[in-house]
Design a binder for this molecule. Structure first.
Ligand SMILES: [Zn+2]
Length: 569
């Protein structure tokens, strides 16, 4: 159905940049979707999370509608609803413009803030509305956001901000610029109090806002295809005299480049936010809620280790590298509940060779880091065969530090042939990235457990193994480098890998005897994806025991123990 006089409306931000694909939905009966040009019923769009029913295009959501979509019914209480607006530059016509916008939108300013619950969890919530001067950051916007963080710090609340912005508000000059500093400082205080902040970046999030509160979240979410960037695309194109590639500065581009943890579809946002809040409640859930087996703590879970058969070291190497051997994500799936993966190093990329996130273990939130080789050739390639790049180590570093902030134990699953050897890896400082992981783990004030599940190759493995205890599965190996590399360096012949394996003392049994590891998880049958539960039942019991033992230690004792563990080597 086509309706005459449907106007193509583009939204202009304060830099004059147009945002064609994300039109407003005024209260007319029908509108035309600017993405697919189909006629859509406004009511239908509203019922559909402001998504075009024809093409899935995301329309801008007015602030109060957004609050309705996210908050528990009738739970929202607004803060600082009316504030006195200034005109610091005495900019001509500014006050009139604000007055007109207030009348038109029914909003006081470009952000609405307050407190609500999301699936029962109390949270401070702020929502930007781009109908109001492209939600540019003037004094009142900055002030309201600052107050949200101050009040949330006082009331010990997490903060969720739905962000969109054209950037600073030019009409307010340097006063506007200072809001970047003011908001960032309030976020710092909130974070120092150990509280969670989750920005949700929506279209468009640009300018000074990306250089302040939008990027300072513990976990940064984004809506699909949202434009996110410091400089607007048109400004960049004019500066460099080139057309920008398709998808540049979209949410997916930011995820790939390590700046966004997760892209979440609008229909899923309330659930995902509720799950994130639960994972950060920082209290042990009722054990009964775990769907994994519960066993009594304090059982004799580590009987004397007896090797399951006569395997040569080279056979152990081959089993450790086996195609049917479970990888990190298989163990995550088998041992933990509600794992939520987070992405990105916040520098330049997201390394698929490392999986990191938060999950429940018997009701307790834990941070899980796993080196991941993937299953099958296609995924092996996508994950670079578990060879970690600096981006992967920066990601693990970031998530370790976050674990410390939220008092979560860290559980690492080690499985890598070694850190990636490549030009880019060196350019970005592979050695430095690994070193920073060792250094950070040395002082991390939460319990750290590392489990070698396959190959523990070199410094690439050690980056996730400066732990309070290190365990190995019986057919995993842990070594200074691969047997091939060892043979090549010492005997100038990489074909002598088998002989090298025999002298390297890289098996779990050898390392256990040498006192380099605490426990060996027996593999009566070499572990594969079918029988993985034998190994994980063992691991689960062990982890329960580990968390109880190390969770009770005073920080000082914990760090002293970790120091001594490596000091004696
Ligand atoms: Zn459409």
């Amino acid at each position: 159905m086509r309706i005459k006089h449907m106007f193509k409306k583009t939204v202009r931000d304060i830099r004059g940049e147009e945002h064609e694909n994300t039109p407003e939905v005024p209260d007319n009966l029908m509108r035309k979707c600017n993405a697919c040009k189909a006629a859509v019923f406004v009511d239908e769009v509203k019922q559909n999370h402001y998504i075009c029913p024809h093409c899935g295009n995301y329309f801008h959501v007015p602030a109060y509608r957004r609050i309705k979509m996210i908050a528990d019914r009738k739970s929202f209480v607004e803060w600082d609803a009316h504030m006195e607006e200034g005109n610091p530059l005495q900019y001509k016509g500014y006050e009139e413009k604000l007055r007109a916008l207030r009348e038109k939108t029914g909003l006081d300013e470009a952000v609405v803030t307050g407190k609500c619950t999301i699936k029962g969890t109390p949270v401070a919530l702020g929502v930007c509305d781009c109908r109001f001067m492209m939600s540019s950051m003037g004094e009142i916007v900055g002030e309201k956001i600052t107050r949200v963080f101050e009040r949330a710090t006082e009331e010990q609340l997490p903060v969720i901000l739905y962000i969109c912005s054209g950037g600073a508000r030019m009409q307010e000059g340097l006063v506007s610029l200072m809001q970047m500093a003011k908001t960032s400082m309030a976020i710092r205080k909130h974070s120092d109090a150990g509280l969670l902040y989750v920005p949700v970046l929506t279209d468009p999030t640009t300018g000074g806002v990306t250089a302040s509160f939008a990027m300072l979240g513990d976990i940064i979410l984004a809506e699909p295809k949202a434009l996110i960037g410091f400089a607007g695309p048109r400004v960049i194109e004019q500066t460099i005299g080139q057309k920008l590639p398709k998808g540049f500065q979209r949410a997916e581009f930011l995820l790939e480049h390590g700046f966004v943890d997760k892209i979440v579809e609008r229909e899923e946002q309330r659930i995902v936010l509720a799950d994130i809040l639960k994972l950060h409640e920082n209290k042990v859930r009722d054990n009964g809620q775990s769907d994994k087996t519960d066993r009594d703590i304090g059982n004799t879970i580590w009987p004397e280790f007896v090797p399951s058969g006569n395997y040569t070291p080279w056979e152990h190497v081959q089993l450790a590298r086996g195609k049917t051997r479970p990888t990190g994500k298989d163990y995550i799936e088998a041992i933990f509940d509600d794992f939520m993966e987070f992405h990105g190093d916040r520098h330049c990329g997201d390394d698929p060779a490392v999986i990191g996130g938060v999950a429940f273990f018997h009701g307790q939130p834990v941070t899980v880091l796993a080196q991941e080789k993937g299953e099958g050739t296609k995924e092996n390639i996508a994950r670079n065969f578990g060879m970690v790049s600096p981006e992967g180590y920066w990601k693990s570093l970031r998530l370790m530090q976050q674990a410390e902030k939220f008092h979560r134990p860290v559980i690492c699953l080690v499985d890598t042939p070694g850190a990636f050897c490549g030009l880019e890896a060196e350019e970005r400082g592979q050695g430095e990235a690994i070193a920073k992981n060792l250094y950070t783990l040395a002082g991390l004030t939460v319990p750290v457990l590392s489990i070698v599940i396959g190959e523990g190759g070199s410094g690439g493995a050690l980056a996730l193994a400066v732990a309070d205890e290190v365990w190995m599965l019986e057919h995993s190996v842990y070594s200074i480098l691969s047997p091939e590399g060892f043979a090549s360096i010492l005997w100038k012949d990489s074909k002598k890998a088998k002989e090298a394996a025999a002298v390297m003392k890289l098996t779990a049994a050898d390392l256990y005897q040498m006192g380099m590891i605490e426990h060996v998880i027996p593999e009566t049958e070499p572990v594969n994806r079918e029988n993985i539960n034998d190994a994980t039942a063992y691991l689960e019991n062990g982890i329960v025991d580990f968390l109880e033992k190390y969770g009770q230690k005073k920080t000082e004792k914990l760090l002293e123990h970790r120091y001594e563990r490596f000091r004696k080597m």
